[in-house]
Write a protein that binds this ligand. Structure first.
Ligand code: SF4
Ligand code: MG
Length: 320
């Protein structure tokens, strides 16, 4: 099938300005050459520590942030070439869900109005039909029409995330970018929300870009998984391939910290030393060399190529 979203060699840098003249003295290389393809109905999990740039990828796709280089095409259309008016037209199809939906809900607005507002703003329904539409998406998200006239503070964290999902869903999107949507929730609630994401995907053929620092979260939902480190993609593979045959040392380290038993994987815990370096001055060569237990001299000098090692398994490491 045609790709729904194609990200090619995306770079998003933020200037650091200093002094009276506000001169740019350096750049935060938040996203530093990332390529991702997502097909209709597919779920791509984007994983990495905080500071890896994964949220910036999501924000750059929907143009909350400008790109520095590269291309982002949605259904063949270059999103960063569109006028803001054209972006507004396409936005219903491309929805963003955040970790804390509470912060984006107006505390004085009943949730029925909060959910209906988006679809009315875009002129996608009439005032007389909006209430039925809201009831329908609330039901699809496991809430009842009894909740429609309640205020955000009356809901639990899990329910608020259901409201956040309902508000995206009412626009009938093709792609939902979910940035750490379950990270703030208890583990038992996390499972319920992940099941909801999965069910909505089956019922509506949605595609997801699912951003998480937690591999055990994406394991249950994603068809393909990409692992980011310091703005770069270090490994991408199908879920089974990534969990069964991880090749990059950073992926192996992340997997060794996943608390559930994984067959075929040696349970030896790989503890990474140090923190993630600054994206202003990333290490030369392989950006991971300062923390990699297997680093050799070549790793400090040469950037490893991100290449296909078979079965659409991509990895960037000199030793693979
Ligand atoms: Fe480690 Fe070298 Fe591979 Fe980088 S290229 S992950 S430093 S072995
Ligand atoms: Mg983030």
């Amino acid at each position: 099938s045609e790709p729904l979203l194609e990200i090619e060699h995306l770079k998003t840098y933020f200037p650091i300005r200093k002094g009276l003249l506000n001169r740019t003295v350096a750049h935060v290389k938040a996203v530093d050459d990332i390529s991702i393809t997502i097909h209709e109905g597919e779920t791509f999990g984007l994983v990495g520590e905080s500071g890896s740039g994964k949220s910036t990828v999501g924000r750059t796709i929907v143009r909350l942030t400008d790109k520095t280089e590269g291309q982002i095409r949605f259904q063949g259309v270059d999103l960063h070439q569109l006028s803001m008016q054209e972006v507004r037209k396409i936005r219903p199809q491309l929805q963003l869900i955040f970790q804390d939906p509470y912060s984006s809900l107006n505390p004085r607005l009943r949730i029925g109005d909060a959910i209906g507002e988006a679809v009315l703003d875009h002129g996608l329904t009439t005032a007389s039909e909006v209430r039925d539409l809201v009831k329908e998406v609330l039901a699809a998200c496991g809430l009842s029409s009894y909740h429609i006239d309640r205020f955000p503070h009356e809901f639990s964290g899990g329910q608020r995330q259901r409201i956040g999902i309902a508000r995206a869903l009412i626009l009938n999107p093709k792609l939902i970018i979910a940035d750490e949507p379950v990270s703030a929730l208890d583990v038992s609630i996390q499972a319920q929300i992940i099941n909801l994401f999965r069910r909505l995907q089956q019922e509506r053929g949605l595609a997801y870009l699912f951003i998480s620092h937690d591999l055990s979260v994406v394991e249950h939902l994603c068809d393909r998984i990409g692992v980011m480190y310091l703005g770069s993609m270090v490994e991408t593979a199908s879920r089974d391939e990534l969990f069964g045959n991880p090749l990059h040392p950073y992926t192996k380290a992340l997997l060794s910290a996943v608390p559930v038993p994984i067959p075929k994987l040696k349970r030896e815990r790989i503890v990474l030393k140090g923190d993630i370096p600054s994206p202003v001055n990333p290490p030369a060569g392989c950006k991971f060399h300062t923390r990699c237990p297997w680093a050799e001299d070549v790793c400090k000098q040469q950037v490893p190529k991100y290449r296909n090692v078979g079965a659409s398994h991509f990895v960037a490491c000199h030793l693979v």
